[in-house]
Each structure stands twice: as C-alpha cells, then as structure tokens.
Ligand binder design. Structure first.
Ligand code: IPE
Ligand code: IPE
Ligand code: MG
Length: 244
C-alpha cells in the first residue's frame, strides 16, 4: 500500500508563500573551494540570484527579498567591499532586458544614504524604471540591517509626530515607517551556506517567518534548490502563537 508519505512531495499552489526572503551566503567559500578569489564568488552569486528570481516568478511568488550587503559587511577588506558595490551598480544598470522579460519590479531596502553615489543613482533609476512592471516584486537589501531599519523607522515616526499632543508609538503605527511597508512579512526565510543564523536580516518582519537552512553555497543554487525549500515550507504548520 502506498501512503501519502511515500509520494514524492508536490507543490501546492494554495500554500505558496507570498513573500520569501533569502540570505544569500557562501559566495566567498564557494570561490575559495575552487582556488578563485572571493570576488569571483560574488560574481557567480549574481547568476544564482537570477536563477532563483526566475524560479520564484514561475512558482507565482509575489515578493522576494534578497539580502545582498549588510550594515556589518563594511567590516570586510576594502577591495572586497568596493568590488561588491561595483557589482551592484553594474548589474542594476545591465539587467534591464532581464527585468523587462520577466516583468520584475525592483525595490531597495536599507540605509541608502551611506551607499556610494553611483549605487544610489542606479537604485533610484532602476526602481523608477521598473515601476510599471506587474511581475514579481524583488527587494534588494543593500546596506541593510534589521536594527538599523527599526531605528530609522522610529526616528521617522518621531519626526512625523513632533507636533502631535500625546504621541504614542505602537506596533501598527510603526509599520508604515519601515523601509517597504507594501511588502507583507516574509512567510519563509531561506539561508544558504550552512550557517544557522539571521545576521540582522528583517528582524521586525521575521517574527513569525518559517526558517529554512541549506548547506549549499549560494553560487551553486539552482531552481531545484529553491523549489525544495518551498516544498519544505509547505509541510510546516504555522500557529502564530495560537493552537491548531
Ligand atoms: C555572502 O557570501 C555575500 C555577502 C555577504 C556580501 P559571503 O561573502 O559571506 O561568503 P562566505 O560566507 O564568506 O563564504
Ligand atoms: C549575511 O552574510 C549577509 C548577506 C548575505 C548579505 P554574512 O556572511 O555577512 O553573515 P555572518 O557574518 O556570517 O553572520
Ligand atoms: Mg558569509
């Protein structure tokens, strides 16, 4: 007799996550394993990100957040930081055919003021130029830190309520001041590269996210790895503190 457990898992459209966040880790190790420079790992990491964006789009996922550079990543060697910034600026500029083909609308989250001017202007251009695309919404988290986002949100809230007689901050009142209030909280956060930690990604929004960790280093990720994560997510029971 075959049981449900014997069947290969199949994807269900009904429980597709609305928003998936990805901590794309392992670029440096992937390169070192091949006796390449760490920067080559970042270059290949962009290709993996494109494969996964297409996979997510084909599954009908509406929102994807890609953790690309954290507020702590400035601690790295100057050369590596400069390479990543150049890679971000260049790819934002060079991937217009890709955005058009897949109708990708791009967003940015993070502390934009501290980014180099060319990165800032490419972010401004690409978010404006893809505004009319109605496909998957992709958030590039660049110079993003969850703690930094929360503090910036609180400061924006304070600035907006300076004249109010008796201002009181609440959970619901803060949401509009987060970087991307139009994005729902992530249903699923994936981390590649073997480490089981959040590393300051979407701290506020991940309160009830499901977590999925994979040992595979980010540049090696394919559509199949992403689909496996979604299948795993679809087996989870979410309670949000209640009882099912
Ligand atoms: C993730 O890969 C990319 C960034 C943090 C920019 P890493 O560069 O952290 O790669 P590992 O973890 O050192 O292998
Ligand atoms: C997390 O990776 C940040 C990104 C993937 C952009 P890190 O490599 O910076 O994380 P830690 O330092 O190992 O926690
Ligand atoms: Mg890392």
């Amino acid at each position: 007799m075959t049981t449900a457990a014997d069947q290969p898992q199949s994807l269900s459209d009904a429980s597709m996550p609305a928003h998936v966040g990805i901590i794309m880790d392992g670029n440096g190790r992937w390169a070192r394993q091949r006796k390449l420079k760490r920067t080559q790992g970042h270059r290949e990491g962009v290709e993996a990100a494109k494969r996964v964006v297409v996979a997510a789009e084909q599954l009908g996922i509406g929102y994807l957040s890609l953790y690309s550079f954290s507020t702590e990543n400035w601690k790295r060697a100057k050369d590596e930081v400069a390479f990543i910034m150049g890679l971000v600026a260049r790819n934002l500029r060079d991937q217009y055919d890709f955005y058009r083909e897949h109708r990708i609308r791009l967003y940015h989250s993070g502390n934009i003021g501290k980014l180099p001017p060319d990165v800032r202007s490419e972010i401004a251009a690409v978010t404006a130029d893809t505004k009319h695309y109605d496909g998957i919404k992709v958030n590039l988290a660049v110079n993003y830190g969850g703690r930094d986002e929360i503090v910036r949100a609180v400061n924006r809230w304070i600035a907006a309520h300076e004249q109010a007689p008796d201002p009181e901050l609440s959970i619901d009142a803060l949401r509009p001041y987060l970087d991307l209030p139009e994005f729902p909280d992530p249903d699923l956060i994936i981390r590649s590269g073997g480490h089981k930690r959040i590393s300051n990604f979407l701290l506020w929004q991940s309160a009830y996210s499901e977590l999925y960790f994979s040992d595979r280093l980010w540049p090696a990720w394919t559509a199949e790895d992403f689909t496996a994560a979604i299948k795993d997510y679809q087996q989870r029971q979410r309670n949000y503190g209640g009882v099912k």
